[in-house]
Structures are given as C-alpha cells and as structure tokens.
Design a protein around this ligand. Structure first.
Ligand code: ADP
Length: 239
C-alpha cells in the first residue's frame, strides 16, 4: 500500500511548550489508523495541523505526494481531507436532507437542485438514514445526528477522513452502531485517521496505531502489539 498521508518530522510549539515533537508517521491508502496517547500528548494539535486549522512550527505534511503543509483549511479540504469534530456540527434548524445538501454545495463540483437532493439521499442511505431526509435534525437521537454528520463529511468525497473522538459520548448500544458505521466506511476503501479513547473501537477498526506521549511518538505498529507494549501501557497509566 502506498502512503496517502505522510507526516514528516512535524513539530508544533506554543511558546515554550512543544506540543508535537518531531513526529513522523504514514497513513496508507485504504488504512484505518488510530492516533493514540494520554490527554495532552498532542493528538488534537496533530489533527489540527493536518486539517490546516494550525500551522506547524516545522516539518512536512504530504497528501498523495503533494505538500499540504501550512495551507489554509479550505484548500486542504478541497484536496480531499474531511474532518468531523467532537461536537456535532450540524445545522439544527434544517432538516436532515438539507444538512447534506448544504455540504454538497461546498464540494469542488458543487451540486445543486435535484442532483444534490438525489446525492444527499444516497449518502443518507449509506449512513443508515434511508427515507428520513425530511426529519428535523434537532429531533434526532444523538447517534442519528452523528449519522448526519458522517453523511456531511462524505459529501465532500474525501480521500482522507479525520475522525476526532467521533465515538465519544455514545452509550453502549450506540457505540456498536458507530463502530459498524466506521467499519462500513473501511470496507468501502476509505482512508481514515482517528483519535479515539474507546479501545474496543480501536481494536475492532484499526490494524495499526501510532502512540504519542508528551508530543513524541513512542510506538507505531500493529494494534495488538502496540497495545501490549509496556511503554504504551505505562504512558496510559501515567507512571
Ligand atoms: P491531546 O489531544 O493529546 O489531548 P493536545 O494536542 O490538545 O493533546 O495538547 C497538547 C499540548 O499542547 C497540551 O499541553 C496543551 O495544553 C497544549 N496546547 C494545545 N493547544 C494549545 C494552544 N492553542 N495554545 C497553547 N497550548 C496548547
């Protein structure tokens, strides 16, 4: 598999604090990779540099071989990086279909009218919301709102999907639905980088993990080996 995302020696300093320290890793085409680490280890900062919300202090980030380092978020989004946030960023005053149609209007080949409606329905069916397009988003359960969020992210036809604690706050039943949704995306060939605290999800979805501690990479490899690594266990236990 070739690398879709290459992170090369990326460092981010906030004043005297080095939040990400000389970090390098790859995400291969079609891979679901977890970026792990205890709170404050630099995961969100790294995700923000990939999506362009933050500029790195040094280092290179490449998407499909082309540099995206330091580009503004809309340029990086246009190159195929989509992101969901910890908080559900949907438009509560619109119905389900309109939420997806709004996202389709921002696509590089901006879809409008009937074409957009049909594509929105296709994406909603994909996310498990078949024939629910006319429901108001604010009346949906949390997991169904997450489905809308996912359909909106997919509307951009991303090459790389960034999921930042997407499963946080779900109850056990919803968690299984959430894991199934990501598994379905993986099966469709989507490349995904996720930050996730739910280890059950990491074990179920990710063949490989990168682990950070205090800004630096401490492990990178197959999930079962990484999660059994004494240094990783120590970092999580805060010893
Ligand atoms: P994680 O996502 O792993 O919990 P973060 O990337 O949020 O870690 O934070 C890494 C470190 O950088 C922490 O020490 C945090 O306090 C610091 N940090 C994050 N964002 C900022 C910021 N905008 N300004 C200053 N310090 C920050």
């Amino acid at each position: 598999m070739s690398a879709l995302l290459e992170v090369r020696n990326v460092t981010k300093r906030f004043g005297g604090l080095t939040a990400v320290n000389d970090l390098s890793f790859d995400v291969s085409e079609g891979e679901v990779l977890a970026l792990l680490g205890p709170n404050g280890s630099g995961k969100t900062t790294m995700m923000n540099m990939i999506s362009g919300a933050l500029k790195s202090s040094s280092g290179d980030i490449n998407l499909a071989g082309a540099p995206i380092t330091g580009l503004p978020p809309h340029r990086i989004a246009a190159k195929g990086v989509a992101r969901t946030f910890q908080l559900v960023k949907i438009l509560p005053s619109l119905d389900v279909r309109e939420n997806v149609v709004a996202a389709l209007a921002f696509r590089h080949d901006a879809l409008w009218g009937k074409t957009a409606q049909d594509e929105a329905d296709r994406l909603l069916a994909h996310a498990g919301l078949e024939s629910r397009g006319s429901e108001m988003v604010e009346n949906l359960t949390y997991i169904d709102q997450k489905r809308v969020e996912l359909a909106r992210a997919l509307a951009a036809q991303p090459r790389l999907l960034l999921l930042d604690e997407w499963l946080a706050g779900l109850n056990p039943t919803e968690l299984h639905i959430g894991i199934e949704l990501i598994a379905m995306l993986r099966k469709s060939g989507m490349t995904i980088l996720l930050v996730e605290h739910v280890m059950e999800a990491v074990r179920a979805l990710c063949s490989r993990c990168v682990v950070m501690n205090a800004g630096s990479k401490i492990a990178d490899g197959e999930t079962h080996a990484v999660l059994a690594d004494p240094e990783v266990i120590r970092a999580y236990l805060g010893e």
